[in-house]
Design a protein around this ligand. Structure first.
Ligand SMILES: [Cu+2]
Length: 108
């Protein structure tokens, strides 16, 4: 194998790795059987979290500090929120307040 060809392969591998970085990928929280799953997540500032309701019952996603609140999500509805600042943000479902979760926003 020639040196040039090796260099091409190396560049291709580097490209594949950079494409796989999750930087732009939103984090998903599934709402299943009256629970946020996973219940606790950690994201970097600037990242977006997407909640998807898989239940037959409408749910909401509401921050305890009122920094965001979704409308009632029907089955397969999505709600997304981008977290700009560091902190711990507890949230709950306003229809079923026993449904709770936490988003930890931390610099990596
Ligand atoms: Cu609910």
């Amino acid at each position: 194998m020639t040196r040039t060809w090796m260099r091409v392969l190396g560049a291709t591998a580097a490209l594949a790795i950079s494409t796989a970085l999750p930087a732009a990928e939103p984090i998903t929280v599934d709402i299943v059987k009256f629970a946020f799953t996973p219940k606790e997540i950690t994201v970097a500032p600037g990242m977006t979290v997407v909640w998807i309701n898989h239940d037959e019952t409408p749910h909401t996603v509401a921050a305890s500090d009122h920094s965001f609140v979704s409308k009632a999500l029907d089955t397969n509805d999505r709600y997304e929120h981008t977290f700009a600042d560091e902190g711990d943000i507890p949230y709950y479902c306003t229809v079923h307040p026993f449904m709770t979760g936490v988003v930890h926003v931390r610099k990596p």
